[in-house]
Write a protein that binds this ligand. Structure first.
Ligand code: BG6
Length: 481
């Protein structure tokens, strides 16, 4: 049937699909953004019937949507849902899927599975005629485990789909505040002249979570924090902060600039890992839930050398950023949930306030839990100033949640789905970007192996091993917490 649209979610019963993908589609539908007649088919191994799958998904959507849930919107959305029990290895099951899709010729396949299956899924889609010219594929990060496995997956994907039909997802690119980084940098005149080594001393990018690895242990244990978060989310944020102004918002023009940043990252190999990186793994400690077990106790005491914390001092070897460290840090079981970028400006060249330690300007872009931008400035304290002017650092705050109070905070995947459904690639990662990121990450992993650098313990509820502090302090800097 001509013009029939379908979304297929592979791994439909998994955590990501249930907690993020289905609720995102539900919201899009509730707001009238999904095309008439679009069907949403879940494909997974779980042996349940369609009615049970829909009931299961209903519970997940109710939980995620909270007060924003309405039965009316659900009724409309649930009419789109289908379930196809199947094995990702089985061509026969893909043929059954094709039957369910009933000749849909405008399809988006969303691979929300372990990356080990991406290649198989692409091959089966091709073999069963589902990778037709009207089909697109969206793949979750991480693509592969290293550069070599990433390339194998990419080969399989490109056998079935052309580059303009492959949508590599990094959900950070769908976040409102990450989008806002582009607006902040390029829709305001005063940042650009200061956005360089002359005015900026260093940059910190932190993705801290209070949660542990919980039900994802088996995935997480073979990836670790470096592959799970640094390779993608942190490097994407770094690119958006460090890239040159693109000539336009054309997807390839923006991605050309990002990839140049990745190519300029100084390699951290076995001679540098001990100096430039810190690995940690949480032990028993505290979180908002009270006492929490250590990483290895989460599944009953399996030994593991996987890191749950990483800090890296990265350097971008180009004219704009020479000599400016970019400190990257991510960890599970940190004291607070916080994703933020801190741009630390340099001190004034000459102080006319002899009795004051001036505090250099600092721009903080907070992505989570609140969306805020604040600029710390030195200010005069109101007083008669007998005996000299008194100064105090004050912050100029822009709270995006207050400024746009009535707007629901969207799930990053809503925007990503919409863009992928419409075939817009700006929020997705290009193959050369992913490969350049893996190349840099592989050198670190190789260095860790060569130096036998095992993760250092840290107590759950703290900011990682003490050497993470030394990483910045040796340059006279410190993490902002
Ligand atoms: C995912 C990682 O990509 O990002 C998770 O696999 C991590 O380990 C999550 O918890 C963090 O995303 P967010 O949007 O909560 O910052």
């Amino acid at each position: 049937m001509a013009g029939k649209k379908a979304v297929v979610i592979f791994g439909a019963t998994g955590d990501l699909a249930q907690k993020m993908l289905y609720p995102s589609l539900y919201f899009l539908d509730a707001e009238g953004h999904l095309p008439e007649g679009l069907t949403v088919t879940g494909f997974a191994r779980t042996d349940i019937g369609e009615a049970d799958f829909i009931a299961h998904t209903h519970a997940a959507v109710v939980e995620r949507a909270g007060k924003a849930f309405t039965e009316e919107a659900w009724k409309k959305f649930s009419a789109r849902l289908h379930y196809c029990k199947g094995d990702l290895d089985s061509e026969k099951d893909f043929r059954a899927l094709a039957k369910t899709l009933d000749g849909a010729d405008d399809c988006l396949y969303y691979l929300s599975t372990s990356p080990n299956f991406f290649g198989k899924i692409a091959r089966n889609l091709k073999a069963t005629g589902l990778a037709h010219p009207g089909a697109r594929v969206a793949v979750e990060k991480p693509i592969g485990h290293d550069l070599a496995s990433c390339r194998r997956i990419e080969e399989d994907l490109s056998e079935a789909f052309s580059e303009d039909r492959i949508f590599r997802v990094d959900h950070y690119l769908g976040k409102e505040t990450v989008q806002n980084l582009i607006a902040l940098r390029f829709a305001n005149a005063f940042f650009e002249p200061l956005w360089n080594k002359e005015s900026i001393e260093h940059v910190q990018i932190t993705v801290a979570e209070t949660i542990g690895v919980e039900r994802r242990w088996s995935y997480y244990d073979s990836y670790g924090a470096l592959r799970d978060v640094v390779q993608n989310h942190l490097l994407q944020l770094l690119c958006l902060v460090a890239m040159e102004p693109p000539a336009s918002l054309d997807p390839d023009v923006v991605r050309d600039e990002k990839v140049k940043v990745l190519h300029s990252l100084r390699r951290i190999g076995s001679d540098e890992v001990e100096r430039e990186t810190v690995r940690g793994q949480y032990r028993k400690g505290f979180s908002d839930e009270g006492t929490v077990p250590g990483y290895c106790e989460e599944t009953g005491g399996a030994a593991s050398e996987t890191e749950t914390f990483v800090a890296v001092a990265a350097h971008i070897d180009n004219w704009r950023w020479a000599g400016v460290p970019f400190y990257l840090r991510t960890g599970k079981r940190m004291p607070i949930r916080s994703t933020e970028i801190v741009v630390q400006f340099r001190q004034v060249p000459h102080s006319i306030f002899p009795h004051h330690d001036l505090i250099a300007n600092r721009l903080t872009i907070r992505l989570q839990p609140e969306e805020e931008i604040s600029l710390q400035l030195m200010n005069k304290t109101p007083s008669l100033d007998r005996g000299g002017m008194r100064l105090k650092p004050l912050s100029l705050d822009l709270s995006l949640s207050d400024a746009f109070k009535r707007q629901r905070r969207r799930i990053a995947y809503e925007r990503l789905f919409l863009e992928a459904l419409e075939g817009n690639r700006i929020l997705f990662v290009r193959r050369d970007e992913v490969e350049a990121a893996w190349k840099w990450i592989d050198a670190i992993i190789g260095g860790w192996k060569e130096r036998d650098m095992k993760p250092l313990p840290y107590t759950a509820g703290t900011w990682g091993p003490s050497s993470a502090f030394a990483l910045t302090e040796r340059n006279g800097h410190s993490w902002y917490e």
